[in-house]
Design a protein around this ligand. Sequence first.
Ligand code: URA
Length: 432
Amino acid sequence: MRMIDVIDAKRSGGTLTKEQIDFFVEGYTNGEIPDYQVSALLMAIWFNGMTADETRDLTMAMLNSGDRLDLSDIPGKKVDKHSTGGVGDKVSIPLAPLVASLGIVVPMISGRGLGHTGGTLDKLEAIPGYTVEIEEDAFKRQLRDVGCIIAGATGNIAPADKKIYALRDVTDTVDSIPLIAGSIMSKKIASGTDALVMDVKTGAGAFMKDEKDAVALAHALVDIGKGVGMDCMAVISDMNQPLGLAIGNALEIEESIAVLRGEGPADLTDLVLTIGSQMVVMAGEAADLDEARGKLEAKIADGSALERFRAMIEAQGGDGRVIDDPTIMPQAKYRIPILADKDGVITGMRADEMGIASMMLGGGRSTKDDQLDYAVGLMLNHKVGDEVHKGDVLLTVHSDREDIADVERLIRDNITIGEEAEPITLIHQVIV
Ligand code: URA
């Protein structure tokens, strides 16, 4: 088989066979096919798409490029959640211990920040001592002892995705439905979970800007999962404005703790409880979503979800005192308020640009080798729909540099104050 024929088949709008897909995934992973040929194929896929069968074959080829975690010796149904990525999206962090506090096993393999979106692993590393690199034996031990873990991929999970993802990042081929679906599901199937709730983001701060693309991605993800016997569903949720009030690594950990104290922002708490309820029903611990939500709320109210978070942090080498005193995490040197310059209602707050503002402060990476500044970010005082008066604090910039003129300009250009705001719906659809 020749790679140029595989490229030609996709460039001309044809359908790739399983043999062609296996050929390019294997050949690229073991270094026999060069970057430039795979780049050309990725761009052809970006333009011409893939059928459901091709997407499944791509997923399986990437899955088979590495190891699979076998969690079958851990009792109980394993239930995971994955987000396609957003700004201020720290849902996984309070969610894993919350669901685990009901005795459900939550093995969460998460990622780092990508572009303007924050990464769950980066946020957790703001906690002194917390480690995300866990060997398979310790991973399983923690699941048995604590019931939840949030860590990076153990061992050699989907190495093909690792290589292809890095190439997509630099060839502008990330936002392709079959490529995203294959990338996510190869890792999720390899991680050994029995059930999965996908949080597919839509809006300005999401990879899928249009809802119809988000719905197509959700169907692709769910179909692949169900095809391998995984219990799978998706929630389509809003990413036009940031989720919650905190953007930035340590700030988002502090907000996650607030959620587990019952003091989190309404939208974030609602999304945690919505996804959590789906997970509880999937695990067979409640007959319906209302019962599941009630059980989760009780675990927040009696403090056991918060204590489970402390146990998870300590099991991963982190300083559990962060639960009582978030200031043990890095704190920014300057807190600079951004004030409203007129009276009115906030009509828009672009999630992607707020994410970029946090990156510019050092909270995200511009290149993959950048060191993160865990302390910095934005704390919002207001969201879309809020009435504000001239001089009110819109948000506070947490910065380690005093001159933030560039960041302030970006923020001001992307928060609009007008007369009337279109209401934002947090949960757009549920796809089963
Ligand atoms: N997350 C992934 O793991 N892969 C993608 O392609 C996009 C988001």
